[in-house]
Ligand binder design. Sequence first.
Ligand code: ADE
Length: 235
Amino acid sequence: MRLGIISALAEEQHGLIEAFEGPYKHIHGMREYTTGKLWEIDAVCVLSRIGKVAAAMTAAILVEKFGVTHIVFTGVAGSGDKNVKVGDIVVAEALVQHDFDASPLFPQFEIPLTGLSRFATDVALTERLANAAAKTTRVHRGLIASGDKFIGKLAQIQAIKAELPDLLAVEMEGAAVAQVCFELGIPFAVIRTISDNANDDAAVDFMHFIKTVASRYAFEVIHNFCHPDNPGGQV
Ligand code: ADE
C-alpha cells in the first residue's frame, strides 16, 4: 500500500507533515508533496487547494506521478442534515457533484460516459476510516455532495437537500477525487469533520472551526487509521 492523503487547506492537515519519518518534499504543479513513512505506512501527503478541478488534478498526480495505490481525503464540510452536528464526522459511502447538470442530454448529476451520478467509496478503506474516526467523535456514514461553491446561505443548502434528500454533508472536493479514482481504478475514502451548518452563519463558523479544531481531528483520525492495532487491520 502507498497511501495518498489529501486535504484542501493547510489547517486541515497540520501536524501530519511533522509526524512523517524521513520526509522528502517535492514541489510540482503549485503543490508540495511530502513522501515518507507515516506510522509504518508508506504515505504521500498533499494539499489539493480548493475546488473540484484542484482536487481532481491532485488526485491524478498522486496516482500517476507518485504511484499511490489508495487515497484518503480528510477535511471539513458543512452539514447537510439536521442530525449531523458541528464537530461530528461524516465518512462518505458515496459522493455526488451537486452542481453537475448536463440535462437534457444526461440526467441531472450524471457524469457523462460513466453512467453514474454517485461514486461509491471503497468498502474496506471506508470501514477502516470509520473505525479510526469512531475513537474521536460521533460518526455518520452516507452521501457527501461536492460543488464549486461555498454553501453559506440557508436557501442554498435547502435547495441541494431538496434534490438529494439523503445528503449528510457538503464540501468542494470529494466527488472530484471520487471520479478520478473511479476512472483510474484506485480505492479511495473521504472523511469530513462538520465545521458549520452550511447556512447564513457558515462562513464565520467555518473560519472559527478551521483555526481551532480541524487539524486535531485530521491528525487523530489518520493516526488511528495508520496504526496497526486499528480494527480492520492493514489494507
Ligand atoms: N466546507 C466546509 N463548510 C462548507 C460549506 N458550507 N460549503 C462548502 N464547503 C464547505
